[in-house]
Design a protein around this ligand. Structure first.
Ligand code: NAD
Ligand code: DAU
Length: 337
């Protein structure tokens, strides 16, 4: 099988390629990535270029990117995206280009090359926000109501994917997943920012009062869910994916990480809230009942593995952390956060 993975040098893409290689060593993986600030070109340095792995540096916004792709691809798994909500508040334009136009270009490629099986990686953020203290959950039938330019661009890409399925018969599936954490996540994101700040004895910035909630999933569990949908999912369907630790308030997660790292609560610093800051929790009973998937990792074991990875990979994150903190400083100056 020949599989095209887009965004394979980012957080989830890197973990997915490692997962897929282990599960299907005979498969050929083509990894297409623009190498934006969010990628680390060294993530898959142990994968040598050859008949089973090929890296292609390309931008999916440029429709000519397809010229360098081999023919006869069996499956596309589309991760490539601008993924950070705070950056989408600062400058939405790139999100529209990559997430909407880029997805459209890739869909066109799939349609024009024999209707390639297309799996689209999306987010629970397309559903909008649950009220604070609510016990409701998002599911496949929840209407779309995105809050940020990021989630609006992902919502648009989901609609395009479904439209190519309905109109052109493209065999598509979509997964809408909650917050991932684990190795290789950029230190601009909450959990790695917390861990790396604590490792550098810096304060931990908590937006608002830390009462917003998320549904956390260890990245390997996301990879196994994607694999289940690729192998057994119903063409045309959408599957919601979530974790075992639902409606986790940010402040409770912060306290857990501080305790696991043996640090002090005085390192918490409450800062201005994110505009349109939303809350999520996902009902993943469809993928459990239909495909037999469920998360394996507990929050404690997943966090311990993640903390250890950041402790032992300081070189990996130090430069990108500097860049991320510069970004946050500028954002604060413009008082967008
Ligand atoms: P990431 O920001 O870590 O990685 C994105 C990757 O896409 C990078 O390697 C980047 O270089 C590449 N990329 C960006 N623009 C590109 C372009 N124009 N052409 C080619 N490559 C490009 O993101 P992530 O956290 O790994 O998320 C991957 C996907 O999963 C995204 O589609 C995101 O919306 C979705 N998702 C993420 C989460 C999460 O918690 N991180 C949860 C649910 C869904
Ligand atoms: O739900 C899935 C989404 O999860 C993905 O689609 C996105 O790509 C991914 O980035 C993530 O979005 P979030 O906005 O939930 O992630 P982030 O890590 O930016 O923030 C998590 C929570 O922590 C959120 O409530 C904001 C808060 N936060 C974040 C940062 C960076 C803080 O309180 N302080 C911080 O410094």
């Amino acid at each position: 099988m020949k599989i095209l993975v887009t965004g394979g040098l980012g957080f989830i893409g890197t973990n997915f390629i490692r997962f897929w290689r282990k599960k299907y060593p005979q498969s050929t993986i083509i990894n297409l990535d623009k190498i934006t600030y969010a990628a680390n070109p060294e993530n898959l340095n142990d994968f040598s270029q050859g008949s089973k792995y090929q890296f292609i540096k390309e931008d999916i916004v440029n429709p000519d990117f397809t010229n360098r792709l081999p023919s006869l691809i069996d499956l596309i798994v589309h991760f490539a995206a601008e993924s950070h909500v705070d950056r989408s508040i600062n400058d939405p334009s790139l999100f529209v280009k990559t997430n909407v136009l880029g997805t459209y270009n890739l869909l066109n490629f799939a349609k024009n090359n024999g209707n390639i099986r297309f799996h689209h990686i999306s987010t629970d953020e397309v559903f909008g926000s649950l009220p604070l203290n609510s016990s409701n959950q998002f599911s496949e039938s929840t209407p779309y109501d995105p809050s940020s330019p990021y989630s609006a661009s992902k919502a648009a890409s989901d609609h395009l994917v479904r439209s190519f399925g309905k109109t052109f018969g493209l065999p598509t599936t979509i997964t809408n997943c909650s917050n991932n954490y684990g190795p290789y996540q950029h230190p601009e994101k909450f959990i790695p920012r917390l861990i790396t700040n604590l490792l550098e004895n810096q304060k931990i910035p908590v937006y608002g009062q830390g009462l917003n909630f998320r549904d956390w999933l260890y990245v390997d569990d996301h990879c196994s869910a994607i694999s289940a949908v690729i192998n057994r999912g119903k063409i045309g369907d959408t599957y919601c994916i979530g974790g075992l630790y639902q409606s986790t308030k940010n402040i409770d997660l912060v306290k857990k990480i501080i305790n696991l790292m043996g640090k002090d609560m005085s390192q918490i610093e409450y800062v201005a809230d994110r505009p349109a800051h939303d809350n999520y929790s996902v009902d993943w009973s469809k993928i459990k009942n239909d495909l037999g998937w469920q998360p394996q990792e507990t929050l404690d074991t997943g966090l311990k593995k993640t903390i250890e990875w950041y402790q032992t990979h300081q070189k990996w994150w130090q430069d990108s952390k500097k860049e991320a903190e510069k970004f946050y400083k500028n954002l604060a100056k413009q008082s967008k956060i």
